[in-house]
Write a protein that binds this ligand. Sequence first.
Ligand code: HEM
Length: 370
Amino acid sequence: MTARLVLNRDLVKLLSSSPHVSRDWGRHGPAHEDKQDVPWYWAWSVETAGQNALNSYGDAHNRLRTPIVLALARRRVDAMEPVIEEIVSAALGALADGPSTVDLVPLYALTVAHQVVIRLLGMPAELLPAFHAAAAGLFATDASAEEMASSMQGIRDVLAELVALRRAQPGGDDLVSDLIREADKDVRPLTDEELRDQLLLVITAGVETTVHAIGTLLVDLMTHDEARSQATGSKEAMADALEESLRRQSPAAAVPTRFMIEDVTDPVSGVTLHAGERVILHLGAAGTDPDVHEAPDTFDITRDTSRQHLAFGHGPHFCPGAALARLEITTAVSRFFERFPTTRLTSTSLEPVEGFILTGHKSIPVQLAR
Ligand code: HEM
C-alpha cells in the first residue's frame, strides 16, 4: 500500500480539519486492502478495535466522541489531581526502596500511566488480575501482532464486564459511569459494545502516548541542566518544558491513515490531493517544521513557538485527554526531580521505540540520585 506523507505544519492542520478527509477505513478505506501489507492495520481496524471515535467520520464520529469529551472534562481532570499525586508518590516510594540503577520506562512512566488509567476507569479489584494480564501483553513492545490482538480481546472482555457492572450500579464517580450517563442523553445512546470500544480507545490512545511523553520529558530535563533547574520548583516553567518536549518529539508522531474523499488543493504549493488517495499526517514533523521553529532540534523551554505543535492533533479528532495528560506528565516529572534531583542517564545512546506511529525511548536506564 502507498500513502502520501504530509510534513508541512499548515497542510497537516488544513487536512486534519477538512471534511474532505476521513479516517473511517470501513466507509472510505480501500475495500480490497491487503492486511498483510499493512502490519499496523489491525490496531486501527474495526475488526480488532471496534468502531471507535478515532476510526469514524462525520456524524458517526460526533456521536461516539461527544460522551468521551464530556466524561474527560475539567471536572474529571480536577478529581484526578489528588489521585495522580497519590499514584506518583507511591511509584517514587517504590523506586526509593529498590535498587538505584533502574529503567524508568517500566518502573516509573508505565507504572504511573497504568495506575492512572485503572483509577480513571474505576476498575474494581475483582477485574484487576484479568486487566493486568491483558494490559501486560498490550504494552509489551516485543509482542507479535497476534499476541497483541489477543491482548486487545482480553481487555475488551474486561471492559465489557466493567460496563455491565456500572450499568447494574449507576451513579458512580468514575469515567465509565460518566460515559454511560453522557451517552444516554443522546437520542441514539451508545450500545454497551460501543461503550466498551470507546473505553478501549481511551486505553490504547491514552496509556502508551503518556508513557513516552513522561519518558521524553524526563530525558530532556536530565540532559539540559539549566532547563531542569528552571522547571523544578516552577509550575509555569515545567508546563513550558512539557510543551517544548511535545513539540520536539511528539509521542504520537503519525496516527495512520486518512483517506481523501474529495480533492483538496494546498493553497501554498498548489499540489492537489485527489479523492481516493491515502494520506498520513505527520504530527511529529509539524512540531519541527523549520518554517515555524528556528533551530527546531534545539530544546529551549523559553522559545515562543513551543506551543505551536500538533502533538495532540488538530480538528475534529483533537485529543480529548490532553488536559489530563498534561496534568499527569507534569506531576510525574516534577515530583521525580524533587525526589531524585541529580539523577543521571547511565547510557549516552537511548534506543527509540520501533515503528513510525509513536516516538519515545524504549528504555531509560538511570542512576537514581537525590
Ligand atoms: C501525551 C499523551 C497523549 C498524546 C500525545 C495524545 C495524542 C493524541 C492524538 C495525536 C490523537 C489523534 C488526533 C488526531 O487524529 O487529529 C489523540 C486522540 C485521542 N486521545 Fe489522546 N493523547 C494523549 C493522551 C491521552 C489520554 C490520557 C487520553 C484519555 C484518558 C486520550 C484519549 C484520546 C482519545 C479518546 C482520542 C480519540 C479522539 C477522536 O478520535 O475524536 N489521549 N490523542
